[in-house]
Design a protein around this ligand. Structure first.
Ligand code: NAD
Ligand code: AHE
Ligand code: ZN
Length: 378
């Protein structure tokens, strides 16, 4: 198949707010510095639903969404040296070229090498490798497009992993688990004894919880408006669970409550909801003088955060984290080792499995409290 177009099944997002269309598409061979991957498993992340809903300022259609996937390299274009056909790989929406100003700064995992074209839904040369039966181009998404049996990735957007790692599980390291765990142990770098509050107990929030637990944090408070998340929270290591819709006294705010039970506020808080009002609460629940709040959630176009500047003047810090601050190519295999050593939970997030043609049901699953991740078998 190398060097030739491949016909395969994919789920195409033709329009915002509409279900995906599962149909046969054509995937062109990889050009120089590109890799064609047979995706075996992909999960659906809240961000896929966010973009499909039409509120992502970078969302463009028709496109092939999906960014939490794993598979096997089918062929590589010229000058690709980091992977070869047959390698087991995870797609990386945060590339790592190891050459740009960002990669060499040692201050961030954000890489500038392909980000501009990635945001426009095209490969680094400005064109697409996907076409539908009518011959129309279909856009790429987040440099991954894992909702297709075959996809083409920039070589900087792919990492080869230990072939012993089960792809049907470690596909989750392509986004949710890595994002939350990294935000705790890398971006915030929480330490033994620290107090932590996590807003939103989806896969991202619960992975923050597991990072905080690994580090020995003394209090790990989960805040979620859905009581179904309470059992998950304690299973992943939370010490407390608060539902702000039910567990507050009359006139009491979630900030009042958190400040009261932590003797003045948290050392670290994390927003894993994408709601800008929650982001404000998370900042204001931080301890005066040193508390740090990490924004992970993605907010819709036009949404802005606000607080009194006095909150920052008095020592609270607002930070953000993308992909948990993890450099995908150099650090992914460390996470896989943590998984093999039982230090990092991954399997526990897979609440649903479906065949690929049920992908629209997988988007529906996201809205139910009993779902953390649905893994689709391509
Ligand atoms: P999810 O939908 O599975 O989980 C969100 C949780 O937040 C749910 O349990 C929901 O009940 C809870 N919630 C909603 N509103 C709330 C409120 N007002 N107060 C408290 N809890 C509330 O989503 P996920 O896949 O875990 O992703 C979480 C967020 O992180 C999304 O916004 C997603 O787009 C974003 N995300 C960001 C990155 C990154 O790199 N920065 C990576 C992955 C996901
Ligand atoms: N296109 C959105 C930005 C969305 C966003 O912030 N994405 C996160 C990853 S979410 C994964 O589920 C991220 O890594 N951002 C850094 C980056 O470079 O995109 C918008 O609002 O424009
Ligand atoms: Zn995601």
């Amino acid at each position: 198949t190398a060097g030739k177009p491949i016909k395969c099944i994919a789920a195409v997002a033709y329009e915002a707010g509409k279900p995906l269309t599962v149909e046969e598409i054509t995937v062109d061979p990889p050009k120089a510095h590109e890799v064609r991957v047979k995706i075996d498993y992909t999960a659906v992340c809240h961000t896929d639903a966010y973009t499909l809903s039409g509120v992502d300022p970078e969302g463009a259609f028709p496109a092939i969404l999906g960014h939490e996937g794993a598979g096997i390299v089918e062929s590589v274009g010229e000058s690709v040296t980091n992977v070869k056909p047959g390698d087991h790989v995870i797609a990386l929406y945060t590339a790592e070229c190891q050459k740009c100003k960002f990669c060499t700064s040692n201050k961030t995992n954000l890489c500038s090498s392909v980000r501009a074209t990635q945001g426009k839904g095209v490969m680094p040369d400005g064109t697409s490798r996907f076409h539908n039966a009518k011959g129309e181009d279909l856009l790429h998404f987040m440099g991954c497009s894992t909702f297709s049996r075959y996809t083409v990735l920039a070589d900087v957007s792919v990492v080869a992993i230990d072939p012993k790692a089960p792809l049907e599980k470690v596909c989750l390291l392509g986004c949710g688990v890595t994002t939350g765990y990294g935000a705790a142990v890398k971006t915030a770098n929480v330490q033994k004894g620290d107090t932590v509050a996590v807003f939103g107990a989806g896969t991202v929030g619960l992975s923050v919880v597991q990072g905080a637990k690994v580090r020995g944090c003394s209090k790990i408070i989960v805040v979620d408006i859905n009581d179904d998340k309470k059992t998950w929270a304690s299973e992943f290591g939370a010490t407390d669970f608060i539902n702000p819709m039910k567990d507050l006294k009359k006139g009491e705010t979630i900030v009042d409550k958190l400040v009261e039970i932590t003797d003045g506020g948290l050392d670290f808080t994390f927003d894993c909801t994408g709601n800008v009002n929650v982001m404000r609460d998370a900042l204001e629940a931080c301890h005066k003088g040193w508390g740090q709040s990490i924004i992970i959630g993605v907010a819709a176009a036009g949404k802005e955060i606000s607080t009194r500047p006095f909150q920052l003047v008095t020592g609270r810090v607002w930070k953000g984290s993308a992909f948990g601050g993890i450099k995908g190519r150099s650090e992914m295999n460390g996470l896989i080792s943590d998984y093999f050593d039982g230090k990092l939970k991954v399997d526990e997030f897979i609440t649903h499995r479906r065949g690929f043609t049920e992908i629209n049901d997988a988007f529906e699953d996201l809205h139910h409290g009993d779902c953390l991740r649905t893994v689709l078998d391509l």
